[in-house]
Design a binder for this molecule. Structure first.
Ligand code: NCD
Length: 307
């Protein structure tokens, strides 16, 4: 059974196909409005979410399907001690596809080993977030026309930021990519991502604490929130939370065609004055996420023989 747990589960060709489908959905939404008639998405969210959960649900509804699920662990049998494996087996009896978010790294993978329907990782702890990456890739494709020869700055919480890990993984497969890792010392990109992804693919990268110094070189600036819920103590969070605040002053030396991205939610790291700058792409990312999730649901249901 094909699932999406890690963005590396899909080849570059498959990602291009998803982008093509998403672009076609944007152009002809009516043609897709009944494709999933009679099919059910189970949205199993053991952690808070606004965009990911609602965009999955909107995606299934716009495909003519329906949605069941829960939006917090407390309202599921996880609160009684049920394992992820048993939950996955159970939900396989009721739905055609699962989108699961969980605070534990690897939980959606365990679900995929036990489910009899496709499982989509909608974010697992500080590990991966492959469907945010699909949204990010469609955004980059539509803003830049492709993925080659881009210098991409990642700024903020690169340690716990799962969206960063997955997007670096995806971009490392294209040629001419350069990565600038901008973070406080305590929130640097984990060494497994540097070693197994960047170094392994020969992607040149630089680590710095200086956002303004890096700014003029960047084609894309991917800002992130400091991930409060993954900190061991509140003091460290309070000390680090405002490490970077992007405002118009800091953008003075940026390229005129910089794309400013953020997976959202934003806390303080992008000043609202930036929202009206044409280089701000983060609300486009939100919308593109829904179309990529529509394309993904179609692909996985069709490969599972359920369409
Ligand atoms: C991200 C996440 O959940 O990892 N949000 C999202 O899905 N768009 C980013 C975050 O929470 O900071």
């Amino acid at each position: 059974m094909r699932s999406l747990i890690d963005i590396g589960d899909f080849t570059v060709d498959e990602i291009n196909e998803l982008i093509a489908t998403a672009n076609d959905i944007i152009a002809h939404p009516q043609a897709y409005s009944e494709k999933c008639k009679g099919k059910k998405l189970a949205s199993l969210f053991f952690e808070p979410s606004t965009r990911t959960r609602l965009s999955f649900e909107a995606a299934m509804l716009e495909l003519g399907g329906s949605v069941i699920g829960f939006s917090e662990a407390a309202s599921s049998s996880a609160a009684k001690g049920e394992s992820v494996a048993d939950t996955a087996r159970t939900v396989s009896c009721y739905a055609d596809i699962i989108a699961m978010r969980h605070p534990k790294e690897g939980a959606p993978y365990v679900a995929s080993l036990n489910a009899t329907i496709p499982v989509i990782n909608a974010g697992d702890g500080g590990h991966n977030h492959p469907t945010q990456t699909l949204a990010d890739l469609l955004t980059i494709y539509r803003e830049k026309g492709g993925f080659e020869n881009l210098t991409v700055g990642f700024c903020g919480d690169l340690k716990f930021g799962r969206t960063v890990h997955s997007l670096i993984n995806a971009l490392s497969r294209y040629s001419g990519i350069k990565v600038v890792l901008i973070s406080p010392d305590e929130l640097k990109l984990p060494s497994y991502v540097k070693k197994d992804v960047l170094a392994k693919n020969g992607i040149p990268y630089e680590q710095t604490g200086d956002l303004e110094g890096a700014m003029p070189t960047l084609d894309i600036l991917y800002m992130t929130r400091v991930q409060r819920e993954r900190f061991f103590n509140e003091e460290d969070y309070l000390r680090l939370k405002d490490s970077y605040i992007l405002d118009m002053k800091k953008l003075k030396t940026a390229k005129p065609d910089l794309s400013i991205m953020h997976p959202l939610p934003r806390v303080n790291e992008i000043s609202t004055e930036v929202d009206s700058d044409p280089r701000a792409c983060y609300f486009k990312q939100v919308l593109y996420g829904k179309y990529m999730r529509m394309a993904l649901i179609l692909k996985l249901l069709s490969e599972a023989g359920r369409l």
